[in-house]
Design a protein around this ligand. Sequence first.
Ligand SMILES: NC(=O)c1ccc[n+]([C@@H]2O[C@H](COP(=O)([O-])OP(=O)(O)OC[C@H]3O[C@@H](n4cnc5c(N)ncnc54)[C@H](O)[C@@H]3O)[C@@H](O)[C@H]2O)c1
Length: 286
Amino acid sequence: MNIKTICIIGAGLMGQQLSLVAAQAGFKVYCVDTSSEALKKAQEFVAGWMPKQKAKGKLTDEQIEHITKNLHFVNSLEEAAKNADMVIEAAIENLAIKRSIFAQLDKIAPPHAILATNSSYLVSSKIADATSRPDKVLNMHFFNPALMMKTVEVVQGPHVSDDTVAKVMEVARAFGKNPALVKREIYGFLCNRIFSVLTKEACYLLDQGIASIEDIDTAVKGAFGHPMGPFELLDMTGIDLEYHLGMERFRETGSLADRPSPSLTERFGKGDYGRKTGKGYYNYQK
Ligand SMILES: NC(=O)c1ccc[n+]([C@@H]2O[C@H](COP(=O)([O-])OP(=O)(O)OC[C@H]3O[C@@H](n4cnc5c(N)ncnc54)[C@H](O)[C@@H]3O)[C@@H](O)[C@H]2O)c1
């Protein structure tokens, strides 16, 4: 494979784990974030994760050595992307910010570099025209926690070349994932479309006072064999993310049905984003 160096944009929930996924698979990785706090947290996560994996027999000394030597957290986009063969953007879910990042990347990354976005819902054709290489811009959508979840959706928009898709599928397999090719662009791709039907209905039932958070989660887990209920999942993936997604969709369609639900909006307003802030639908501070 001629992809050796990968740049990850964003060291948040997804970016820090994606950096490890790539480094563990033997790639050289540069992870960049505009927030020094996020970079520090990511480095702490990596430092804590490696010994635990070793103790479980899931990481060899050789892999630890490779990760330590080849995973870099930096605060300069220039430094992170200038030698990249591929970039995976995992910054905040906001179209204007993603377009601005891709326009900058187009100037910094080598001309052959593939520019992928890990966006949960936004199709790459909304971003690709911010660059001069739309044939190399596509969605590569991972799931949270990225170190564990095997599915990756690779989305081939009309502007994406077959060669780019083939290379990205190969990278996903090298990461130890099971890529699913989404042959046409559709908002939310496969899994988030299905997930949003479930969470939207769960929020509606809660907002209408039909059942409690706990009872809805328990019922869904028991009835469908899901390991987590919809509210537990929202707390894990991030209430802020779900709120931004809903607002982005609402701005696009103008349909009230797409607006984030009252229970989600209330928590977003209070800064209760779920596990990452210690409180969301559930309280994790105890
Ligand atoms: N959370 C999930 O479950 C999940 C799952 C799949 C995909 N995603 C997608 O991954 C992306 C990241 O989500 P997350 O949950 O990791 O968010 P997060 O808020 O945890 O992290 C985002 C990071 O991006 C950084 N950032 C913002 N602007 C930046 C810029 N211009 N350059 C570099 N860094 C910048 C922020 O400082 C933050 O650390 C989003 O597009 C989201 O839709 C999230």
